[in-house]
Design a protein around this ligand. Structure first.
Ligand code: ATP
Length: 278
């Protein structure tokens, strides 16, 4: 499995603090896959994301994009930030312009695209995120969930090669969350590598191809969702929940049958159950 992005023994502390937010962190993000990064509050997920786009520089160790160590001068960072899109946990941190349309077109103008293409791409992404009716509404009039969708649209429109999402479903209602997951699947099918930091273990289990678990700035587990979440004691000792579907599944006799793999979504779960009752 080739890595699009790696950290090698990266350590970092915030100025004025003693704690290592990242402590000799080694991770590899598999290219073309969907990776979930899990970990309790303060385990280092957001700090890792800020290292991916060079906002923070490691105190020691190195960060590699496509096997090449990051360079921290302006021109290299500008290119890096075109290749890697980061959607912040808090949309207020991301949205600096007055309206969704201005926000979504800003990056495209910066990239030097011709005006008709800017308009076309902006309208398409606003419609995909179902916020076209809010295109010219002042951002400070929007709800938190709507702001989150604008922030997502502003990054998605730039079509990055690697998309990092910090708690993307925070503030979204169930329908918006479902629409976001569907949109992420479409993006993934276009070959974009996706990484999501999440506290929602149900989502991580159902969505990811690969899971990394952080604890105190270190990567303590890496594997497929089934591998990771079947280690109940370890997961719980790291302050994480067992996915509900897997927990339910493991309580059934069906789960102990050889060659039967645990379902990752409700539809598979139902079909297993129906088979076992027929
Ligand atoms: N701006 C900051 N200044 C000082 N310390 C910080 C700052 N941001 C984060 N930290 C510290 O760095 C460590 C890692 O924090 P980080 O925000 O990366 O964790 P996280 O896994 O993203 O947490 P959460 O799940 O709550 O979003 C924590 O100990 C935190 O207190």
């Amino acid at each position: 499995m080739s890595a699009i992005f790696e950290t090698q023994a990266v350590s970092f502390s915030y100025p004025g603090t003693q704690t290592k937010a990242l402590n000799e962190l080694n991770i590899a993000i598999p290219e073309g896959k969907k990776t979930a990064i899990c970990g309790h509050n303060g385990s280092g997920k957001s700090t890792l994301f800020l290292h991916t786009i060079g906002i923070h520089e490691p105190a020691s160790g190195q960060v590699l994009w496509k096997n090449t160590p990051l360079k921290y001068e302006r021109k290299a960072l500008k290119q890096l930030r075109q290749d890697i899109g980061l959607v912040f946990q808090d949309p207020e941190q991301q949205l600096i312009l007055n309206t969704p349309y201005e926000d979504v077109t800003y990056g495209l103008r910066n990239a030097g695209l011709p005006e008709p293409e800017i308009k076309h791409r902006a309208e398409a992404i606003l419609s995909t995120m179902r916020i076209e009716h809010l295109a010219h509404t002042p951002i400070h009039h929007l709800s938190l969930g709507q702001k989150k969708r604008v922030a997502l649209a502003g990054v998605l429109v730039l079509e990055p090669k690697l998309l990092l999402l910090d708690e993307p479903t925070a503030y979204l209602d169930r329908i918006s969350e479902q629409q976001l997951i569907e949109e992420l699947d479409r993006i993934h099918h276009r070959g974009i590598t996706l990484v999501m930091a999440t506290h929602d273990m149900n989502l991580a289990y159902a969505w990811a191809d690969w899971v990394l678990v952080l604890d105190r700035g270190q990567c303590v587990m890496a594997g497929t969702p089934s591998d990771i979440f079947s280690q109940t004691d370890t997961i719980q000792s790291l302050g994480l929940d067992k996915p509900m579907l897997l927990d339910l599944w493991e309580s059934l006799p069906e789960a102990n049958r050889e060659g039967v793999s645990a379902p990752r979504n409700v539809a598979d779960f139902k079909s297993h159950l129906l088979k076992s009752f027929s």
